[in-house]
Design a protein around this ligand. Structure first.
Ligand code: HEC
Ligand code: HEC
Ligand code: HEC
Ligand code: HEC
Ligand code: HEC
Ligand code: HEC
Ligand code: HEC
Ligand code: HEC
Ligand code: HEC
Length: 369
């Protein structure tokens, strides 16, 4: 009886003790400073009406910040110009570069990546004063920033098209319809999103020679997936398209720097790629005159009849397969004939070499007679 009474009492005492230590422990400095801001910004429904008539939410949920990568940052670490409370002025845009630079002392990851932003098409546009150019928070978000590996992140693989698409509306719509966009919607992890083809921070204009989507480099970009059997066989797509392209007239010309020759995107487009059987595909037989006609004026529906991705080892290559096979048979039989000829010749020479010896024996025999 005494034992069963004692047990809950001891537990209660432990809880009281715990609670008291919690009360006397000062709130972390971060939270204390943040309370200054949260007296106003912590109220749900706190908002203002913009001149455009839209509402801007001024409520900031501190829990979301605490769940983000910046859980240990104070409001004023980012909003550094808010020195007084209440603050009459509208604070400036947050500069992530305050902490995120190589060699910083606050422990922000040391990555080469942000430097690449400065020389990218976006960084340059910002430097030139283009107000629509994206800064870090346009892609990463503000108070709920998470690593790209987190499914809730704005820069997670599956969310990237939407993030870029917020500004590149038309391309986003085209991409969503395409075979790649549809695959992504179905949850295909191998489907390319904007950054697989364009890069993340180092995005350049397609005309830039070092861009991953320049006519001279785009073949390598598509090859990252389309030359890999392990990836392609999962979707029933042939992985030989890259090799057959490289052996084609266009591929060889492209390799030698003749950028007028067709690359993957000249025939398949960049953002409106569909399987050949799809009537929307630029390589569907009925669109061939238009697709090839861009560079070969007067091209008709039969123009691609010889087939572009030609693998002579495959029966579907038609006449080319049979011609190749014919040549193979011809070469092999010629080679076999040649070998038999050489073998017979050697045999004769061998016999001829033996004969003089035999003759001597005959001669000796004749003399002794
Ligand atoms: C007394 C209430 C109050 C306190 C305390 C307060 N703010 Fe504000 N804050 C406002 C109001 C009101 C606005 C809207 C200003 C306007 O548009 O005229 C605002 C706007 C802002 C904005 C800009 C929103 C926009 O228009 O883009 C930021 C950022 C901000 N506050 C950060 C802070 C930070 C950080 C703190 C703490 C250091 C803080 N505020 C403390 C009332 C407050
Ligand atoms: C990691 C940096 C960071 C921290 C920490 C941070 N903010 Fe912000 N905050 C931003 C960014 C980025 C924006 C978007 C506007 C901009 O680019 O300046 C923003 C926007 C705001 C706005 C404008 C309304 C909105 O949602 O666009 C308010 C108000 C605000 N912050 C208050 C706070 C308060 C209060 C805290 C602390 C509880 C805080 N912020 C902590 C980065 C931060
Ligand atoms: C006050 C300094 C500071 C500012 C300002 C700041 N960060 Fe950070 N950031 C950090 C620190 C420190 C970390 C590392 C957090 C950790 O690992 O615990 C970090 C982490 C990150 C990460 C996660 C990196 C990873 O590999 O997991 C991203 C993404 C990021 N910050 C983006 C931003 C963006 C975007 C802004 C501007 C809106 C910004 N940061 C502003 C200090 C800052
Ligand atoms: C055009 C969009 C865009 C802009 C602008 C941008 N980033 Fe990123 N950032 C990305 C993408 C996409 C990733 C890759 C996410 C992944 O796959 O892990 C990334 C990754 C990162 C990472 C590595 C952590 C992570 O999430 O994997 C950090 C840190 C980072 N960015 C910081 C910055 C900073 C600081 C700036 C501003 C100088 C910036 N970014 C500007 C799109 C952008
Ligand atoms: C906040 C808006 C915004 C976001 C988000 C954004 N961009 Fe951009 N982007 C621009 C602007 C503005 C330009 C034009 C710069 C110029 O031409 O001077 C541009 C230019 C480009 C260009 C070069 C276009 C050309 O005609 O040469 C490419 C490629 C590009 N962005 C890809 C991306 C990708 C990929 C993402 C996502 C990772 C992205 N953008 C996110 C605004 C944005
Ligand atoms: C499969 C690779 C691939 C994917 C995925 C991709 N792009 Fe592109 N993108 C290209 C290529 C190649 C070009 C070069 C121009 C061309 O050939 O049409 C290009 C050109 C661009 C341009 C500049 C030229 C123009 O047409 O205005 C922008 C902006 C752009 N892409 C944005 C995006 C955005 C945003 C996404 C995601 C929604 C995306 N791209 C997805 C390959 C890709
Ligand atoms: C990150 C990997 C990746 C990159 C980069 C990539 N693709 Fe794809 N592509 C795929 C996957 C995966 C599929 C299959 C999708 C499905 O069927 O679900 C596919 C499908 C296709 C198809 C349709 C095949 C069929 O018969 O269904 C074509 C055509 C194609 N891609 C062309 C291109 C071109 C051209 C480029 C370069 C501009 C490119 N892809 C870049 C992964 C990639
Ligand atoms: C000169 C135009 C041209 C070029 C360049 C080209 N293709 Fe094709 N591609 C076609 C045509 C036409 C077809 C459909 C008939 C065939 O298979 O020959 C096709 C078919 C395909 C298919 C089969 C899927 C489908 O649509 O049914 C894939 C995948 C593909 N190409 C990828 C690529 C890649 C990757 C490159 C660059 C390495 C490339 N193509 C370069 C014209 C081209
Ligand atoms: C981006 C431009 C471009 C596109 C698109 C294009 N080609 Fe070509 N092609 C060239 C160039 C440049 C040459 C080099 C010789 C020339 O000028 O005729 C060439 C050469 C050829 C040759 C070998 C040389 C010859 O004239 O007999 C064939 C065959 C050919 N292309 C077929 C096609 C077919 C089929 C298509 C459509 C599926 C196509 N091309 C699409 C640019 C293109």
């Amino acid at each position: 009886m005494t034992r069963s009474l004692f047990k809950p009492l001891a537990l209660e005492a432990a809880f009281v003790l715990l609670g008291m230590t919690w009360l006397v422990t000062p709130l972390p400095v971060r939270a204390q400073e943040d309370i200054r801001c949260l007296t106003c910004h912590g109220k749900p429904g706190f908002e203002k009406t913009l001149p455009s008539g839209k509402k801007l939410e001024l409520f900031v949920d501190p829990m979301r910040l605490r769940l983000s990568v910046h859980k240990d940052r104070k409001c004023v670490d980012c909003h550094a110009d808010v020195t007084e409370v209440p603050h009459p002025e509208i604070p400036q845009k947050v500069n992530c570069g305050r902490c995120h630079f190589l060699g910083n002392s606050v422990g922000a990851p040391q990555l080469q990546r942000y430097i690449e932003y400065g020389t990218s098409v976006h960084g340059k546009a910002l430097a030139e004063g283009n107000p629509k150019a994206p800064v870090c928070q346009d892609c990463h978000g503000d108070h709920f920033i998470l690593p790209g590996s987190d499914a809730r992140s704005q820069v997670n693989h599956k969310s990237i098209p939407q993030t870029c698409g917020g500004c590149h509306l038309e391309i986003y719509a085209q991409y969503q319809e395409s075979v790649h966009g549809q695959a992504l919607i179905k949850g295909v992890k191998d489907a390319p999103v904007c950054t697989n083809c364009h890069g993340e921070h180092n995005i350049l204009k397609p005309q830039d020679k070092t861009s991953t989507v320049n006519p001279g480099t785009v073949v390598n970009t598509c090859s990252k997936c389309h030359s890999k059997v392990v990836i392609m066989e999962k979707y029933g797509v042939k992985a030989e398209q890259v090799a057959t392209y490289r052996e084609s007239f266009h591929g060889i010309a492209n390799e030698f720097g003749m950028l007028k020759a067709a690359n993957c995107a000249s025939c398949h487009t960049a953002h409106q790629i569909f399987p050949e059987q799809d009537p929307r595909s630029t390589v569907n037989s009925r669109n061939i005159p238009l697709t090839c006609g861009k560079c070969h004026p007067g091209a008709n529906a039969n123009f691609a009849q010889g087939r572009i991705h030609l693998n002579p080892k495959d029966k579907s290559a038609g006449i080319v397969y049979w011609v190749a096979l014919g040549f193979k048979v011809l070469t092999l039989s010629t080679l076999a004939g040649l070998l038999i000829h050489i073998a017979l010749d050697l045999y004769r020479r061998f016999k001829n070499r033996k004969q003089p010896g035999e003759k001597k024996e005959v001669e000796v025999a004749e003399k002794s007679q």
